[in-house]
Design a protein around this ligand. Structure first.
Ligand code: PEP
Ligand code: MG
Length: 315
């Protein structure tokens, strides 16, 4: 019965009592966009644009980028599409953008910080996005990765708006940004939590080291505290706070996130049905109780167990 319900249900994400939670897909290419578009996908919450350029040895031209972005926007007409500007460096090296001699690339010139060394990359990308927006007749949202301070958020927003992209946000994936989410939100229209990097930086644990997976865990209470602080800041100022890290694809974690006040969940498309099902089988009040139980635990396994004990049995 559960599998039949999962397959048949393509309704918009909502709790049992009708509180909407947008269910979005993470993509990396125009082909991904064309593959995920359809019933049950309310848009794209994370378009990892660096994936388009992993093989490139020189910076992509504005025309090449505009063509790719236009294709993505046309694949999802009328839907929300959040385009992330290039997140090069550390686990995502790009030949034309990565600093060759960093001892600690995860702490180095990566993500938005590339604007310090290669500002033309960001300006070209924003111009390409504005061009795609005009060609597709769409209104994409844009966000920058690896923002650490409100000043960076302001600088990015100024550049993006000057290029002609109206809805501007930043990722919260550095603990400093989560702790100062209110100040960051004063500069932008929305934020999106990147829980992969947020866990990496909060727990000082390389996200590529599999043997440290117990530390690199969004269920760690310290990571949940950062997520909760960011969600609270968003609720206080009435701006959207999404999650686009892998944690959103865990149905139990999705309930926690909804209970914390997260407004959209973006994940690999294959996870959407199970998350939709879990959210649909709990009220917002139940999600809040689930979130409180997770925050009240003192270890990741305890947090998960506490949530499991409060979850509807069919989930
Ligand atoms: C994240 O860090 O959670 C995220 C969504 O970005 P990426 O995995 O591309 O670094
Ligand atoms: Mg990240």
């Amino acid at each position: 019965a559960r599998d039949a319900e999962l397959a048949a249900d393509t309704a918009a994400g909502a709790t049992a009592d009708g509180h909407a939670v947008a269910l979005l897909a993470n993509i990396g290419t125009a082909e991904d966009a064309e593959r995920v578009a359809g019933p049950g996908v309310e848009g794209v919450g994370l378009f990892r644009t660096e994936v388009l350029f992993l093989e490139a040895t020189t910076a992509p031209t504005q025309a090449d980028q505009a063509a790719a972005y236009t294709r993505v926007l046309r694949a999802l007409p009328e839907q929300k599409v959040v385009v992330r500007t290039l997140d090069a460096g550390a686990d995502k090296p790009l030949a034309f953008a990565t600093q060759p001699d960093e001892e600690n690339p995860a702490l180095g010139v990566r993500g938005y910080r590339l604007v310090r060394t290669n500002p033309e990359l960001l300006d070209t990308q924003l111009a390409a996005l504005a061009q795609a927006q005009a060609e597709a007749g769409a209104t994409p949202w844009v966000m920058a990765p690896m923002i650490a301070t409100p000043a960076e958020a302001r600088e990015f927003a100024t550049r993006a708006r000057a290029a002609g992209v109206a809805t501007v946000g930043v990722m919260v994936e550095v603990p400093a940004a989560a702790l100062r989410a209110r100040d960051i939100l004063a500069e932008v229209d929305f934020v999106s939590l990147g829980t992969n990097d947020l866990a990496q930086y909060a727990m000082a644990t390389d996200r590529l080291r599999g043997e440290l997976a117990d530390l690199l865990d969004v269920w760690q209470p310290a990571v949940l505290d950062l997520v909760a602080a960011t969600a609270r800041a968003g609720q206080d100022v009435g701006k959207p706070v999404g999650v686009c890290g892998e944690s959103a694809s865990d149905p139990l974690m999705a309930l926690v996130l909804v209970g914390l006040g997260i407004t959209s969940l973006s994940m690999s498309a294959g996870a959407l049905a199970a998350v939709r099902f879990a959210v649909r089988h709990h009220t917002l009040e139940q999600c809040r109780e689930i979130a409180a139980a997770a925050l009240g635990a003192s270890s990741a396994p305890d947090a998960r167990a506490a949530v499991l004990a409060l979850t509807a049995p069919e989930v």
